[in-house]
Design a protein around this ligand. Structure first.
Ligand SMILES: NC(=O)c1ccc[n+]([C@@H]2O[C@H](COP(=O)([O-])OP(=O)(O)OC[C@H]3O[C@@H](n4cnc5c(N)ncnc54)[C@H](OP(=O)(O)O)[C@@H]3O)[C@@H](O)[C@H]2O)c1
Length: 399
């Protein structure tokens, strides 16, 4: 390695078989191929998945990963046979174990849902740099995660495109800080597949209709979250914890083209936005290489075909999820964990065709009303709130 080369990042990818995980590995391949002196910029030191064992094995071989984790215990034998030299972690705590034992400087937190929380907390305790796609971590455990980041000198670089946009707008202006210089941030939302549908049609939408996102290609849970705009509600809470902003400084606007990824309005009325085609490889690479900006492998803007950028106010009567997010921030404690887990359980029930799309937000609102939030002062208290909310939704589904 020549003296000017930055040290190779040692990356563990949590959720490597999902939409963000696969895109992260594409970015790593691109960065390493583009390296002029032949040194890899990013070395994969661990991969974790839920149950997609074949895909995990293929990835481990392709990247020569020394350690892998899978949460489904039934896949242990297949994994051990296929990767005899790798360290293998299996079972519900496999990702956490991988985070504990792998020799990583960076983690791509791309497990879906609160299942990603324990491994991310471990990465924080180890002082790693976290490329955070798993927004549910901050929603469920913001009060726990934020002080730990400072204590262990760990860094979070957001991967969610909206938060990456805000992070980029703030980085050059206020050194990443908010405070009086920031009047408000505005998160853009595509409006999902039901932006122009009437309320009743949206309430009774099929799984196929809900999964038909107009601009982004993502995993099923976040795609359903986008259809209910729960995704934007989760992002409001995520932004609150990431940027230390009070709820009144966080707004949402519908932007159907998904080109402007979010913007910051400053006290002097200047507005800075970050733009680009809807391709997650851009924020993934930014998070991986921050503060550098090497050549990207995502789609580039085609200014010859772009003619319109539209913005409209969200319909709060149709998308009731947005108001719930502000309530969660005000309530504090474990209300984020209740909100998130009730949503996860309700989305799973919708994908299993056990409830209508419209019932998801109703179930989440009921869980918030019925379950008392507690201080979110330990992982146990967050997991207990998560358990209560899932049990509540299960009970309501039986009624
Ligand atoms: N997709 C996007 O464009 C996008 C954009 C912004 C933010 N995000 C956020 O990124 C996260 C991932 O989203 P996604 O769309 O990539 O989801 P996805 O395609 O459904 O992938 C989820 C990943 O998590 C793994 N997984 C699930 N449970 C696990 C467990 N207990 N232990 C280890 N791995 C587990 C899955 O493994 P198996 O496949 O083997 O089950 C898969 O690799 C979510 O928090 C989402 O909100 C996604």
């Amino acid at each position: 390695m020549d003296a000017s080369s930055p040290p190779t990042r040692r990356l563990v990818v949590m959720g490597s078989t999902g939409s963000i995980g696969v895109n992260t590995l594409k970015v790593v391949e691109h960065l390493n191929a583009a390296r002029p002196n032949g040194q890899p910029q990013v070395k994969i030191v661990g991969l974790a998945a839920g149950r997609s064992v074949k895909q995990l094995v293929e990835q481990a071989k392709r990247f020569n990963a020394p350690a892998v984790a899978i949460s489904d215990p039934d896949q242990a034998k297949a994994l051990k046979q296929a990767l005899p030299k790798a360290r293998i972690c299996v079972g519900p705590d496999a990702a956490l174990e991988l985070a504990e034992h792998c020799d990583a400087t960076d983690i791509a937190a791309a497990i879906v849902g609160s299942a990603g929380l324990p491994a991310t907390l471990t990465a924080i305790r180890k002082g790693m740099t976290i490329g955070l796609a798993n927004k549910e971590t901050l929603v469920a455990a913001g009060p726990l995660v934020t002080p730990l980041l400072a204590k262990h000198n760990a860094k979070v670089i957001p991967v969610d495109s909206e938060h990456s946009a805000i992070f980029q707008c703030l980085a050059g202006q206020t050194g990443g800080k908010t405070g009086d210089a920031v009047k408000r941030i505005v998160l853009t939302a595509s409006g999902g597949p039901f932006r122009t549908a009437d309320k009743q049609a949206m309430y009774n939408a099929t799984v196929e209709q809900a999964l038909n996102h107009p601009t982004w290609n993502m995993g099923p849970k976040i795609t359903v979250d986008s259809a209910t705009m729960m995704n934007k509600a989760l992002e409001i809470i995520e932004a609150h914890w990431l940027f230390g902003l009070p709820p009144e400084k966080i707004d949402v606007i519908i932007h159907p083209q998904s080109i402007v990824h979010s913007f910051v309005e400053f006290a002097d009325n200047s507005v800075l936005a970050q733009m680009g085609p809807p391709d997650m490889k851009t924020p993934i690479q930014y998070a991986l290489m921050y503060p550098d900006r090497p050549q990207g492998c995502s789609r580039a803007m085609d200014w010859t075909t772009l003619s319109t950028l539209e913005f409209e106010q969200p319909d709060h009567d149709k998308f009731r999820s947005l108001k719930l997010a502000y309530r969660v921030i005000e309530a504090g404690g474990t209300s984020g964990a209740i909100f998130n887990a009730a949503n996860e359980a309700a989305v799973a029930a919708f994908l299993d065709r056990k409830v209508s799309l419209g019932r998801i937000v109703e179930l989440v609102a009921e869980a918030l009303e019925r379950i008392e939030p507690m201080p979110a002062d330990s992982l146990e208290s967050v997991l207990e709130a998560d358990r209560q909310a899932r049990a509540f939704v299960t009970e309501r589904l039986k009624a």
